[in-house]
Each structure stands twice: as structure tokens, then as C-alpha cells.
Design a binder for this molecule. Structure first.
Ligand code: FAD
Ligand code: NAI
Length: 484
């Protein structure tokens, strides 16, 4: 047995590495254990590689479809060197992962390579090619993430049946890819492969994309654009199995009670992810889970076992990198004795489709469920925004939902260009309990996409400038006293 750490973090994803850095910043003797890559799923096989591929495909698509209209002449065929694209994508991941390793080292965090297993509540064993070692710590932070769910009849081999990891590591775009699951990953990967030349068919089990969980008018904008791009979307479809056929496969599925077959050369299965809680001997040491396998934690990320904490994907929905990192900072501060709890009012969610969908707070349906019977809803289209028109990205809108009685903002849903960057203002608004007036009366620079948020708040109040609202000249819904 070597040293006893104050904090030993297991898993170096965006939850774990952030927890380790903050622990070290707070003067705690800290180690982090990682069995594969520093940066975890997000930096190596998730957020970063997918966004690199999405940005390259978007760039190509714009050159192919928009350049001519802007008067830009490109000599010859614009094409993709897929091998080079993959190696560029890998260089982006390596840069990010290498950067995190430097940050850990620079903060004096010991990086221990290998697979951790609990051999007691205060002790783990770490196995690697170099052998095994045991490590003791006063506090362990479990940040071991999640993995893709497999469905019967579609076992991942990463050659024919791909998980997201295989889908991001292809040697060439498949001619025809069947995507099972029209959620975050299916539509992000399917969307960029379609722009790179693949024919895509999406089989979604529910009757709406994203299982109906995303604001439906925003989803419609994306679905329309995907269809225009040639992506086929089949909802209410149950994938039954596949068999090899010639060089490809034949996928059997059922829709409306009828069995159908579709030829393809590869299948991407993206039906959700499950926590890695069946590993590490967690059950054996008595850690409690919920019915879906997430480790049960309190608002300070404490498990039922003293000195054991859990953060990130393994500690519950939403399985998003920024939620994991937020919990990483929080858990380190709790361990160091600070008075912190998870009390965020909202976790923003972004789907990097074309256009992007970004949301904070409640959907319309959730507002009604939570007892907000009277709502003020504003909608402002990107088509009426000068910046959107000048970059030729006018699909989509901003939608703000507020409580009619108080004008307090309850939810913001953006589908359109740079929705991912625009949503942070809305997240701040919800965290601070802002009203429609707060957004409408804040001066936004011109010409920017951000003006759509201001104008949308004005629209909810009944008088946006750049769209015609009926009844013309109607009363302002601004509360008395709420003026600039
Ligand atoms: P992870 O990132 O999963 O890291 C866990 C780490 O623990 C891994 O490195 C693993 O090797 C290690 N580990 C596991 N068990 C052990 C063990 N026994 N011993 C040692 N080490 C162990 N989220 C977003 O917010 N935005 C996005 O754009 C986005 N895009 C995504 C795209 C894809 C294709 C995928 C798959 C996911 C995406 N996500 C995105 C989700 C995001 O990746 C996760 O929410 C995030 O990585 C969770 O962080 P984490 O720290 O909990 O776990
Ligand atoms: P998901 O939960 O987003 O979507 C899964 C989809 O598959 C749903 O629409 C569901 O109705 C459907 N489905 C479920 N079972 C099915 C079946 N048997 N046949 C056909 N359809 C089926 O899951 P996904 O895309 O795998 O992503 C997992 C998680 O990773 C996300 O929920 C998110 O937390 C995270 N992620 C986040 C991203 C981001 O923030 N931009 C990007 C990618 C992933």
C-alpha cells in the first residue's frame, strides 16, 4: 500500500477530472484513476469528436450549397478526404485530452493508470498491464460514467453494428446507414454522415423523434431540414433484427403492425446509455442504486456510504458533460468542508443537429404539469434577424415561455444558428429568476443573433419590433414599473 489520499477520483471524464483539479486547488492530496483515456467519453469518443465531425460536415455543406449564392466560385468538385478528416478529428481529441493531463499534473494530481475495483469502503485495487496496486483514500469520488445500451438482435461488433464509438471512427462514410434510435446521438451522427454522403434511415421507436421529450415545434424544424437533406425518418418503428445480405445487411423492423425490410451496409444503434454501476464491486460494498442503475446520491453527491461520493453520468440524468463538471466542482467543495449543494434551477441541453436545438427550463407541457395554467409565450423567427439573414442561416426560432401572472421566465427553447451559444443567456435568466422585461430591456448589440432573445421577450410582451404582432397597438403586457 502506498500513500493515503484525501481524495481519490475514479474516472477522468468531465466529472472526474474537474473534481480532481478542484480538490487539488483546495489543498487536498488528490489522485485520479483512469482505465482508458484522460478526458473520458466526452473528450475522446463523445462530445468533442462528434462536434469536430459536425463542424467539418457543416462547413462542407455550406460550401456546396451556399457559396454559389453568395457569389463565391469554387473551381472543381469540393470533396472530402475522409482519412484526413478522421486524423484531424483525432488530433482535436488528443489536444484536448493532452491539455487535461497537463492541467492535472500542473495541479499536482497523481494520475494512476488502470482499472479500479473497490476492495473495501476506503480502499481500491488498480489493475493495469504494469501490475496491481492498492490505494487508500479518506474520500472516493466515483465518476465512472456510462456506456451505450445494446438491444436484442443487434450486438455491437463495431464493424456492421456500430455504437457511437464505431460511428465516430468510420474509415469511410457508409453508402446506407440505418440508425436505430432518433435521439441525440442518432441525429447528430446521422446528420453529419448524411452531409458527408451517406444515405441515412432513422428508425425511431416512439411516435416522435427524441421520444417526444424535446419541444415539438423545435423538433419539426430539424426534421424538415433532415428530410430536405435526404434523411429518411420512420417513427413508431421497432427494429427486430438483421441478417447479412450480399456485402451488406437486411434490417427487419415493424411499423404499424407490419413487418418491413430495408437494405443497408451498416447499422448504428443509439437507443440511450446506461450507467457503469455494475462494475467496481459497488454492489458488493453496499452502494445503493435506483431502479435504472444510477447511484443514489443526495444533493451533496453523497452516496449511502460515508466517504463515498458519485458524480456525472453514473449519478443520474441528465447525462451531460456540463452537469458532470458542475457536480465535479461541487463534490470537491463539499469534501473540503464548504457548504454546497446541487441547487441549479436548470441544466441546459443542446442537440447539435442542423439547426441546433437548445433548451433551458420547462417545456410548455411541463409548465402546465407544474400548475402554471396561464402562460405568456413569445416566438421570434431567425428569418427576421439581420445577422441570421446575412449568414444565410434563417431556419428556426426562439421561444420564451413565461408565467403570465409574474412574467417570470419558465423556459427558453431555441432552434436555429448558434443556439448552443445563445442558450447561456437564457440559463442565466432562469437561474436569476429573470422576467420578460429583464430580457427585453437589456440592450443587445446589433447585428447579432442574440437580438432574437431580446425580441422574443418583447414578442411575449406583445410588441416585438421586427415582426408584426396582432392586435396592432394592443396593450403592453409589461408590468407597471418595469421600464428602462
Ligand atoms: P465519462 O466521460 O464517461 O468518463 C468516465 C471515465 O471513467 C472514462 O474515462 C472511463 O474510462 C473511466 N472508468 C470507468 N470505469 C473505470 C474504472 N473501473 N477504473 C478506472 N477508470 C474507469 N454531453 C454534452 O454535454 N454535450 C455533448 O455534445 C455531448 N456529446 C456526446 C456525444 C456522444 C457520441 C456521446 C457518447 C456522449 C456525448 N455527451 C455529450 C455525453 C457526455 O459525453 C457525458 O455526459 C460525459 O462524458 C459524462 O462524464 P462523466 O465524467 O460522468 O463520465
Ligand atoms: P437518447 O436517449 O438521446 O435517444 C434515444 C432514442 O432512441 C429515443 O428517441 C428513444 O425513443 C429511441 N429508442 C429507444 N429504444 C429504441 C429502440 N429499441 N428502437 C428504436 N428507437 C429506440 O439516447 P442516445 O442518442 O443514445 O444518447 C444518449 C445520451 O447521451 C443522451 O441522452 C445525452 O444524455 C447524451 N448525449 C448528449 C449529447 C449532447 O449534449 N449534444 C450528444 C450525444 C449524447
Amino acid at each position: 500500500m502506498s500513500e493515503v489520499y484525501d481524495v481519490c477520483v475514479i474516472g477522468a471524464g468531465p466529472g472526474g477530472y474537474v473534481a480532481a483539479i478542484r480538490s487539488a486547488q483546495l489543498g487536498l492530496k488528490t489522485a485520479i484513476v483512469e482505465r482508458e483515456f484522460v478526458g473520458g467519453v466526452c473528450l475522446n469518443v463523445g462530445c468533442i469528436p462528434s462536434k469536430a465531425m459536425i463542424s467539418a460536415a457543416h462547413f462542407l455543406h455550406r460550401v456546396q450549397h451556399d457559396a454559389d449564392e453568395m457569389g463565391i466560385k469554387i473551381g472543381g468538385k469540393v470533396d472530402v478526404d475522409f482519412k484526413k478528416l478522421q486524423s484531424w478529428k483525432q488530433s482535436v481529441c488528443d489536444k484536448m485530452s493532452g491539455g487535461v493531463t497537463q492541467l492535472l499534473k500542473g495541479n499536482n494530481v497523481d494520475i494512476l493508470n488502470g482499472e479500479a475495483t473497490f476492495v473495501g469502503e476506503d480502499k481500491i485495487s488498480i489493475r493495469s498491464k504494469a501490475g496491481a496496486q492498492q490505494v487508500k483514500a479518506k474520500n472516493f469520488v466515483i465518476a465512472t460514467g456510462s456506456r451505450p445500451i445494446e438491444i436484442p438482435g443487434f450486438k455491437f461488433d463495431e464493424k456492421i453494428v456500430l455504437s457511437s464509438t464505431g460511428g465516430l471512427a468510420l474509415e469511410s462514410p457508409p453508402k446506407h446507414l440505418v440508425v436505430i434510435g432518433g435521439g441525440y446521438i442518432g441525429l447528430e451522427i446521422g446528420g453529419f454522415l448524411s452531409k458527408l454522403g451517406s444515405k441515412i434511415t432513422v428508425l425511431e421507436a416512439a411516435d416522435k423523434l427524441f421520444g417526444g421529450l424535446v419541444e415539438s415545434d423545435a423538433v419539426q424544424v430539424v426534421a424538415r431540414k433532415l428530410k430536405k437533406q435526404g434523411v429518411e425518418i420512420i417513427t413508431g418503428a421497432k427494429a427486430l433484427g438483421f441478417k447479412k445480405s450480399g456485402k451488406g445487411v437486411e434490417v427487419e423492423y415493424e411499423v404499424g403492425g407490419k413487418k418491413q425490410k430495408i437494405g443497408a451496409d451498416k447499422i448504428l444503434v443509439t437507443v440511450g446509455r446506461k450507467p457503469n454501476s455494475d462494475q467496481l464491486n459497488l454492489k458488493e460494498i453496499g452502494v445503493q442504486f435506483d431502479e435504472r442503475g444510477f447511484i443514489k446520491v443526495n444533493p451533496q453527491m453523497k452516496t449511502n456510504k460515508s466517504g463515498l461520493y458519485a458524480i456525472g453520468d453514473i449519478a443520474g440524468q441528465p447525462m451531460l458533460a456540463h452537469k458532470a463538471s458542475h457536480e465535479g466542482v461541487l463534490v470537491a467543495e463539499v469534501i473540503s468542508g464548504k457548504n454546497r449543494v446541487f441547487d441549479a434551477k436548470t441544466v441546459p441541453a443542446v442537440i447539435f443537429t442542423d439547426p441546433e436545438i437548445a433548451s433551458v427550463g420547462r417545456t410548455e407541457a411541463e409548465c402546465k404539469k407544474d400548475g402554471f395554467t396561464e402562460l405568456s409565450i413569445g416566438k421570434f423567427p431567425f428569418g427576421a434577424n439581420g445577422r441570421a439573414v446575412s449568414i444565410m442561416e434563417t431556419d428556426g426560432f426562439v421561444k420564451i415561455i413565461a408565467d403570465k401572472k409574474t412574467n417570470v421566465v419558465l423556459g427558453v427553447h431555441i432552434v436555429g444558428p448558434e443556439a448552443s451559444n445563445l442558450i447561456s443567456e437564457a440559463a442565466l435568466a432562469i437561474e436569476m429568476g429573470a422576467t420578460l422585461e429583464d430580457l427585453a430591456l437589456t440592450i443587445h448589440p446589433h447585428p447579432t443573433l442574440g437580438e432574437t432573445v431580446m425580441e422574443c421577450a418583447e414578442a411575449a410582451l406583445g410588441h416585438a419590433i421586427h415582426i408584426i404582432q396582432k392586435p396592432l397597438g394592443g396593450p403592453s403586457k409589461r408590468r407597471p414599473g418595469a421600464s428602462a
